[in-house]
Design a protein around this ligand. Structure first.
Ligand SMILES: CCCCCCCCCCCC(=O)SCCNC(=O)CCNC(=O)[C@H](O)C(C)(C)COP(=O)(O)OP(=O)(O)OC[C@H]1O[C@@H](n2cnc3c(N)ncnc32)[C@H](O)[C@@H]1OP(=O)(O)O
Length: 209
């Protein structure tokens, strides 16, 4: 476990900002690609240009995704995380805040690349966002852990393209086990997804930096 958290480049604020801007453009590219109606020849031409751009990025390659500098919460270092990572084009990203009382909350909107049933969010995407929010709620107790169980209850479809809210809070800590519950709700406040998870703190705690 420990080695997961070491030997990472830690980016300066300026480097992180430039790469976050690049990731935002790639995110826009993915959305445009998913919805494009261009002719096959144009698609092939664009694919060749993108392949060339990919080679430019691969010219300087890290062994692992980098971390950001530690913020006030101490939980926002994984800037390439697939849920919250501004440097990860696959992340929406969801900008999660942790309050002093341990409540984790974010407002976010999911575009068409996350579609499962037509016009609705894929259930696996909802589970991924819940896993992250619940994990951060667990970590806010002071004992971060690995997800051991994650139960999702899909109460109604989660709509794409409208503001959603995720909330989570740890309910109890029993030794190495941390339990947390949370929800995703739509703009009308109605809960679409409920989730409960149990995290297990590793035998040797993750390094702090
Ligand atoms: C720093 C910034 C962070 C910032 C916060 C970041 C939030 C990130 C959120 C995302 C987190 C993830 O997705 S993590 C990725 C997904 N999860 C994983 O890949 C986990 C894979 N599994 C494992 O690595 C392992 O199985 C662990 C660590 C979960 C547990 O292994 P272990 O540590 O050896 O556990 P072990 O001693 O055998 O058991 C301890 C107790 O837990 C129970 N137990 C063990 N596993 C399970 C299980 N899956 N389900 C139920 N119960 C279990 C045992 O029965 C025992 O109960 P008793 O006899 O004591 O009663």
């Amino acid at each position: 476990m420990r080695e997961v958290f070491v030997d990472r480049d830690v980016l300066s604020g300026d480097d992180e900002a430039e790469l976050a801007a690049l990731a935002a453009r790639v995110r826009e590219l993915a959305e445009a690609m998913t919805l494009t109606k261009v002719e096959p020849a144009e698609a092939a031409s664009v694919a060749a240009e993108i392949a060339a751009l990919t080679e430019r990025l691969k010219a300087a390659r890290r062994a692992h995704p980098p971390f950001g500098t530690v913020g006030e919460s101490g939980l926002d270092r994984q800037i390439a995380n697939p849920v919250t990572g501004r440097l990860n084009p696959l992340a929406p990203p969801v900008d999660i805040e942790v309050s002093e009382d341990g409540i984790v909350r974010a407002e976010f909107t999911l575009p068409a690349v996350y579609e499962g049933p037509p016009t609705f969010v894929h259930g696996g995407v909802s589970a991924m966002i819940m896993d992250q929010a619940l994990g951060m709620a667990a970590a806010a107790t002071g004992t971060p852990g690995m997800t051991a169980t994650l139960e999702t209850r899909y109460r109604r479809p989660t709509p794409l393209g409208v503001p959603l809210t995720v909330e989570a809070k740890a309910s109890r800590v029993e030794g190495r086990k941390i339990y947390a519950d949370g929800t995703i709700s739509g703009p009308d406040g109605r809960v679409t997804v409920e989730a409960s998870a149990m995290f297990i703190a590793p035998q040797s705690a993750p390094a702090a930096s």
